[in-house]
Write a protein that binds this ligand. Structure first.
Ligand code: GZL
Length: 370
């Protein structure tokens, strides 16, 4: 009962302080920091156009937020629904949108037993931390988070632990004591980097000069892929040289911008390793605008396996993608239910993935769902 009163009070105060976006979770809304609910009910609610200007007392938002928070507390206290708060990174890549779609679709399809409170962090750690704090206040059963960077999570994870709410790390790890999270659901990024190095070596006959587009600085996906790639080059391919490596922040636009600067600096680039397909797709635009043939003059290896890179491979403009599975919604809720039921969950639920080369692209393209 106390939790319910607290939730309602919190909602009222939140409504006084925040504009609230009640659109579907795929829209970036100003409620990112609030961890405002994006539940089945809300997902169907008409998006409050211009929500950022909506008066705080906006009835739709107010009702939805208050109702949701109440439901959340009610749901968990009555034990009827599994209530999960998820603090997403943002919408920086096609891969990320695929993950968000997987989570929200699963929650919608199981709305009779699952309540999802979704927050879009807009690529800012402080928004994700605020959302987690709000999930704690709202008394969710389990908190999921895709940590935008590895560090800075100890305190808020400890607060969740003190509140008896388990943390699930999704697709990226956090540099915290293992006792502070229940499980990590995601890929082996070091393995992905190693696989990318092996594929680049095949394309260059183990010799050449390459450039590298790194992911978000401090993100475990970028740290791991670089580690795996560098270690494999050092161990097996001493004649492949990295001319320069810079972050493209996992985005297509910055990937293009950085590749443009690489092309202005170097006239002997044989290959590009991009930590995700979105940056590779931006780089392909830059390579073509420079009058060169991507996939031929410059061999391109990247990670993720989004539809767009398969289309580029079919067009002969990219050479390989190391798959990284974003469709983690089912595993997230399955692990959350186990944790709610007091069952053991393995510390690392590892995704199994493939490596796709251009010769496989045409046959595989119809199977790609993100
Ligand atoms: C990988 C994930 C990465 C993707 C990028 O698990 O964290 O973040 O490779 C995304 O596309 O931005």
């Amino acid at each position: 009962m106390k939790r319910k009163i607290l939730s309602v009070l919190l909602c009222v105060s939140m409504m006084a302080a925040l504009t609230v976006g009640c659109g579907n979770g795929n829209k970036t809304d100003d409620s990112a920091a609030s961890g405002n609910a994006d539940t089945q009910d809300q997902a169907d609610a008409p998006a409050a156009d211009g929500a950022e200007d909506a008066p705080a007392e906006d009835s739709t938002a107010g009702d939805a937020a208050e109702g949701t928070a109440g439901d959340a507390a009610g749901g968990s206290s009555s034990g009827e629904k599994l209530v999960v708060g998820f603090a997403q990174i943002g919408q920086e890549s096609g891969w990320r949108d695929g993950e968000t779609m997987s989570i929200q679709t699963y929650a919608e399809e199981h709305s009779d037993t699952i309540e999802l409170l979704y927050a879009d962090g807009q690529q800012k750690q402080e928004n994700q931390i605020k959302a987690i704090k709000n999930f704690i206040e709202q008394g969710v059963d389990v908190i999921g988070v895709a940590p935008v960077v590895e560090t800075g999570w100890d305190q808020v994870f400890a607060e969740a632990q003190d509140a008896g709410i388990p943390i699930i790390l999704l697709d990226r790890t956090a540099d915290v004591d293992e006792s502070l999270y229940a499980t990590f659901i995601g890929s082996d990024m070091v393995e992905e980097g190693k696989n990318a190095a092996d594929e680049m070596a095949k394309l260059l006959n183990s010799s050449g000069k390459i450039v590298e587009l790194e992911g978000t600085v401090g993100a475990s996906a970028a740290v791991g892929r670089k580690q795996g790639f560098d270690e494999q080059l050092a161990a097996a391919y001493p004649d492949i040289e990295i001319l320069e490596s810079q972050t493209g922040d996992f985005t297509r636009s910055l990937g293009k911008e950085v590749m443009e600067s690489f092309l202005k600096t170097y006239d002997n680039i044989d290959g590009l390793f991009a930590h995700n397909d979105d940056m590779a797709l931006g780089a392909i635009e830059a390579i073509k605008e420079a009058g060169l043939k991507p996939g031929e003059d410059i061999k391109i290896v990247s990670c993720d396996g989004v539809k767009g890179i398969f289309e580029a491979m079919v067009a002969g403009e990219a050479n390989c993608t190391v798959e990284c599975n974003p469709l983690l919604g089912p595993q997230l809720f399955e692990a959350a239910q186990k944790l709610k039921d007091g069952e053991e969950v393995e510390k690392w639920i590892k995704s199994n993935e493939s490596v796709y080369t251009a010769d496989q692209a045409e046959a595989e393209l119809p199977n790609r769902v993100y």
